[in-house]
Every structure is written in C-alpha cells, then in structure tokens.
Design a protein around this ligand. Structure first.
Ligand code: SF4
Length: 468
C-alpha cells in the first residue's frame, strides 16, 4: 500500500546521462557549479528539464511558500528583529526548524508575529503593525527590523512599506519590508525577495574597487557551525571573510559587504539573484563554491585561492587539501567497504547540494538512482544529468507519491532530504539522512565528510531494518 496516492503529476522528470558535461564552468575543476568570476559565464545551457515554474495546483508539492523562502535566508542575521505580519501560523517558521548558529546575539532565535485576526482583516492591520514595531524597539533596541507581509496582509492590501518607512523615521533604525505573501509564487521567489531586501539594506553606494578587500560568503547559513569550519580553512589560506550572507551575520558586519573584493556563492538557488545584483550594482565579482564532499571542498578552496589569494594562498590551499585528503583516505576506505554498491536517493532544496551529494556518494562507492530538488536552476540540472548514470531519475518539484515511486523503482537504500521527506523514507523502510536546515551536526568541509560517512553508515547498517 503506497504511503501517498498519486493523483496529479507534479514533478518535471528526466533521466541522467543526457547532459552536455559542461558542468565545470570557466572556473574549471570538479565543482561543476562555477562560472567565471563576476558573470556566471561558462554555465551550461540548461535545456532539458522544466524547472523554476509554479507548482501544479492541487498537487502536494514538497516546496515551502514564498514567505518561508525569504525567512530562511534572512533569519540567520543574529541581531535582527523579524516580525511576521500575518496570522500566527506563518510564524511557525522559526529558528527551531532552521538551526543556524550565532557567535554573538540570540535575538534572531525568537519569532514575533502581529497575530492578525478577524478584526484586522476587516479594518486593516497597519496600526497593529506600527504598534508591534514600537514595542520591539522599546523592548529590544534592535539595529535592524525585517517585516514580512504574509498571505492575509497581502490579500487585504496593508501598506507595509509605508508603515516601515514611518517606523524608520520615528526610530532612526533600518526597518525593511519583505512583501512575501505565500500565494505570490513559490519558495525561490522568496529567495529573490530576501536578496532584494539585503540590497536595500546595503544601499546603492559602491565601494571604489581599488579599496575593495576580503570576501563575502553568500549562501551559507552556519548550520551546526559549518561556516566556522570553512572560515578556519580560509584563515589558514590568509583570506579575510567580511561577512556571511547570512550565516552568523550582524547588521554591522552586513554593512561591510559592499567593500568586498569577491563574493563566493554556495547556495546559488537562494543567492544567485543577490550575487548578480551585487555584481551589476556594486561591482563585486563572484564565483560559485560548494564545501560538501572531498572533491568539491578541495576544488572550491583551490579556485577561491587562485581567484583571490594569489600564488601564496594557492600553495597553502594545496597543502591543506593534501593534508585533509591523507587524513580522510583510511576513513573513506573503511566506509566504502561497508557502503560500496548500495543505492542512494536525493531530494534537497537546491541544485548545488544535490550535485555535491552525488559526488559524495560516489566517493563512498555508492550509486545515485534518484535525484531531485525543490528550486534547482536549469544549469544545475544539466550538471546533474551529466554526472549521474543514464538510469538515474532526475526530477524538479516532486510530490511525495513521485518520490516514493522512483525510490522503489530505483531500489534506493537511503534517502537524503529534509524534515518533510523523513517520514516517507521511514514508511518505506529505507534509511534516511537529514541534510536540511534542522540538522545539528556539521556536514560541510573535510570535517563534514567524515560526519556524513558515519551518519550514512549508521543509518543504512542499523539493525532496525531487519525488523521492518
Ligand atoms: S502560504 Fe501564506 S499563510 Fe501559509 S505560511 Fe505561507 S505566507 Fe503564511
């Protein structure tokens, strides 16, 4: 008996092996995500799968809504005050399900809502929102407030931008509106809105390029302290990080972002628009990186060192990667003996992670039989298709029934996904690895390679499966 009955076809589906193999981009190497710094040149054409489209009405997409997309990007700003202007249910997207770590304040871990009710729907919620902002300033003195307009505020047409503008003048702090009603698209639209909100925060003043220095780390949210691991590597290379965007960032560090000489972009799905705007409007070039798996971590460090740090940094990067590869070789050999020949299914938020996971499973001797994302871009899918076997099912914006069907067809032994995919795996008696924002242990960098292998092994070779 299937866990979910398929009524409508939701996902766009294709199979592997049809890509152009153009995934290395102008940056070269194994990452498969990198374009030339600044322009994204060298990206594959992206033909072959329908993605970045609205979900089918009536089908239960695994995607979250526009507001969720905006909130997950902005929430890791640790001293910001986030007010959800809508009914209380929207406010359930909180730090508790997005466990980014902070080295300073903890204000961002709270969730605030105007809790709109029937009276607000009839008479409007603007005065209530203004009062909420005044209360927040009086009680917490935040340097920065984000106000998210969710579905109800969007339907009744509250002028959230005007309320925020008045609040900025009243309190002399930044108060940024994020018009993100869930009905206005899908999660990736929320990513774009979050990037636009950050650009409003930065202002349009470009730093003279001769004074530019350091890098910004876009698309890392410091889950389980992963950004700190990567920052340590970069410190060893002699590369200064001005700010994470938005992992472990603060108002003060974010405002340094326009001074950067280079942006590195990990989660391109959430940050591509911001990277493009920072290039076009502030003159900051960017390269794509991924710090998941041995292959992609080493490739990203080497390309970053060459793009920014020069010969000395490149030499240090080679030494660091050699040291870590040596350390990990016996670990991976041990796990390959236990995992080699098994089959993996992947369903994650964005394309960069799916690409790195396919390579990580290959490092463990495993084959990927199904891979999909919620918000992958055409160029991501072309890279994916070029690195999986012809039988591997590649799908965009799937529903649970489709995931179930292709996992069964492919004979998957483990599913990598997030909180919404976990019950599906367990109902099928299949092992599961949480690679989403809820995870509490780092999977990035060389440290994460070992953690990942240990978790995959512990889940797949657990004795519990013999009782299912
Ligand atoms: S779909 Fe609308 S009501 Fe539901 S969580 Fe998103 S913004 Fe809130």
């Amino acid at each position: 008996m299937p866990a979910v009955i398929l009524k409508e076809r939701q996902a766009s589906i294709t199979r592997g092996g049809a890509g152009s193999g153009a995934g290395s981009g102008a940056g070269g190497g194994g990452c498969g995500l990198g374009g030339a710094a600044g322009t994204g040149q060298g990206q594959p054409s992206g033909a072959g799968i329908a993605c970045e489209q609205a979900s089918v009405a009536g089908s239960v997409s695994q995607r979250a809504c526009v507001f969720c997309g905006a909130r997950v990007v902005l929430n890791p700003i640790t001293d910001a005050f986030h007010i959800v202007h809508g009914p209380i249910g929207c406010a359930s997207y909180t730090w508790d399900i997005r466990g980014s770590m902070s080295s300073s304040g903890e204000l961002y871990r709270h969730s605030f809502s105007t809790d709109m009710g029937e009276t607000d729907v009839v008479f409007g919620g603007e005065r209530k929102l203004a009062r909420a902002i005044d209360e927040a300033v009086a009680a917490h003195h935040p340097p920065l407030i984000f106000v998210y307009a969710t579905c109800i505020a969007g339907v009744i047409g509250d002028d959230v931008a005007a309320v925020c503008k008045a609040a900025e003048q009243r309190h002399q702090i930044r108060c940024i509106p994020v018009q993100a009603p869930g009905f206005s698209g899908h999660k990736a639209i929320g990513y774009r809105l979050a990037g636009d909100a950050l650009m409003r925060l930065f202002g349009g003043q470009a730093c003279p390029r001769e004074k530019a220095h350091g890098i910004n780390f876009l698309g890392d949210f410091n889950l389980a302290g992963e950004q700190w691991i990567i920052r340590n590597y970069l410190k060893e290379l002699g590369i200064e990080v001005l700010t994470g965007i938005t992992g472990d960032s603060r108002y003060e560090t974010l405002m340094r972002a326009p001074q950067a000489a280079l942006n590195i972009v990990q989660c391109a799905g959430s940050m591509h628009n911001l990277a493009r705007r920072m290039h076009d409007e502030l003159g900051i070039p960017w390269i794509s990186v991924s710090f998941y798996g041995v292959e992609d971590t080493a490739d990203s460090l080497l390309r970053l060192a060459e793009a920014y740090g020069g010969a000395q940094a490149a030499a240090r990067a080679r030494a660091l990667c050699h040291r870590e590869r040596e350390r990990l070789a016996p670990v991976l050999k041990r796990y390959r003996r236990r995992l080699g020949g098994r089959r993996a299914a992947i369903y994650v938020g964005g394309g960069f992670k799916a690409i790195s996971l396919i390579r990580q499973f290959r490092e463990l001797g495993m084959e990927t039989v199904m891979v999909g994302t919620q918000t992958g871009r055409p160029e991501d899918y072309e890279v994916i298709r070029s690195i999986v076997s012809p039988d591997c099912v590649v799908l965009d914006d799937a529903n649970p029934a489709e995931l179930e069907r292709f996992m069964i067809e492919g004979g998957a032994d483990i599913l990598v996904g997030g909180v919404k995919e976990r019950p599906l795996a367990y109902k099928l008696g299949v092992a599961f690895c949480d690679h989403n924002h809820e995870r509490k242990h780092p999977l990035a960098g060389f440290v994460g390679v070992q953690n990942f292998a240990e978790e995959i092994n512990a889940s797949m070779n657990s004795p519990v499966w013999s009782y299912v």
